[in-house]
Design a binder for this molecule. Structure first.
Ligand SMILES: Nc1ncnc2c1ncn2[C@@H]1O[C@H](COP(=O)(O)OP(=O)(O)OP(=O)(O)O)[C@@H](O)[C@H]1O
Ligand SMILES: [Mg+2]
Length: 294
């Protein structure tokens, strides 16, 4: 599954890491790939602060030499292995650009090394977090994915970014015909804003040419998302910590007591969204499975 939008700051990384963490907590084996030179997955999971991760060097090496991808941060959480991103991926963007300008297809470059890794490992779900720019890096992800999820805010620029990624999806389909749009996630929006949701749905349908499988569950605006990332924690982990801490604990340790605020509600949004995403995948994949295959 690729998580992408041609616009920055629309919740791609937050959705990728929350979904990875929640699905893993539910018992799925997850591989999370960070294809972004910004490497923000490492902030959400806290491994950058711990000095782990290779800034994307392993991805570059595998794609240049055509060898299997390798895990760079094993067990970032229980049941979550990570292939880390970071500034080394800038080298890859340049190499792919050269390849593209020589008329070679870019979209199939990741699929081989990823398939080689998946032959030797047992993952239920692979989640790829994409960068907002770097069309060639986005194409790599779309060339390897079965499903695309597009998170978007409700503003015009995010919707424009969405139509850019839709065009890229059409391009990637020439080498990866099984790629489909799983759905669109509304990010940083009030859950009660039904009129606004309807308006955005119409705009999404326009941007994507008629098909807009919008997820019912959206992600609310909440400052606790920043607090969680600042601590290298996923939102549901942060919410659980705040809710589980006796009120006197902070006082005893000389810290300022903080109330759970909106963290549990935000974690609830991600849990509902994760459930909707996993259910939709399982429904669609069982519909498309050949007869006789469970
Ligand atoms: N629920 C939320 N409400 C408001 N702001 C949020 C929320 N969740 C995350 N943010 C903030 O929004 C910003 C973008 O989030 P995120 O990094 O997930 O988006 P992105 O699409 O991956 O961005 P980029 O394009 O830079 O990779 C971050 O600064 C984050 O702290
Ligand atoms: Mg990001």
């Amino acid at each position: 599954m690729a998580i992408a939008n041609g616009k920055g700051g629309v919740g791609k990384t937050s959705t990728a890491t929350a979904l990875a963490g929640l699905a893993a907590a539910a018992g799925y084996n997850i591989l999370l790939i960070d294809l972004d030179p910004q490497g923000n997955v490492g902030e959400d999971l806290g491994y950058t602060g711990a000095g782990l991760g290779d800034e994307g060097a392993g991805i570059v090496n595998a794609l240049v030499t055509g060898t299997p991808l390798a895990i760079s941060v094993p067990q970032a959480r229980e049941h979550v292995d990570v292939i880390s991103g970071g500034e080394r991926l800038d080298d890859l963007a340049g190499l792919l650009l050269a390849r593209h300008s020589r008329g070679n297809e870019v979209s199939s470059v990741l699929a081989g090394p990823l398939a080689a890794l998946l032959d030797t490992a047992d993952y239920d779900l692979v989640i790829i977090d994409c960068p907002p720019g770097e069309p060639n890096l986005q194409l790599l992800a779309l060339g390897a994915a079965r499903w695309l999820i597009i998170p978007t805010r409700g503003d015009a620029a995010s919707l424009k970014g969405m139509s850019r990624i839709a065009q890229r999806m059409v391009e990637a389909r020439s080498s990866n015909p099984s790629l489909e749009l799983l759905g669109v996630v509304l990010f940083d929006i009030a859950s009660s804003a039904t009129r606004m949701k309807r308006m955005i749905t119409e705009q999404i349908e326009e941007a994507l040419g008629g098909v807009a499988p919008l997820f019912e569950n959206s992600i609310r605006h909440s400052i606790s998302a920043m607090d969680a990332r600042g601590r290298g924690m996923l939102v549901h982990e942060y919410a659980a910590q705040l809710e589980g801490e006796p009120f006197w604990q902070a006082l005893r340790e000389g810290r300022r007591p903080s109330s759970p605020g909106s963290a549990p509600a935000l974690a609830g949004d991600y849990a509902s969204l994760a459930h909707e995403i996993l259910t939709r995948i399982s429904t669609l994949e069982s519909e498309s499975a050949p007869a006789g295959v469970a």
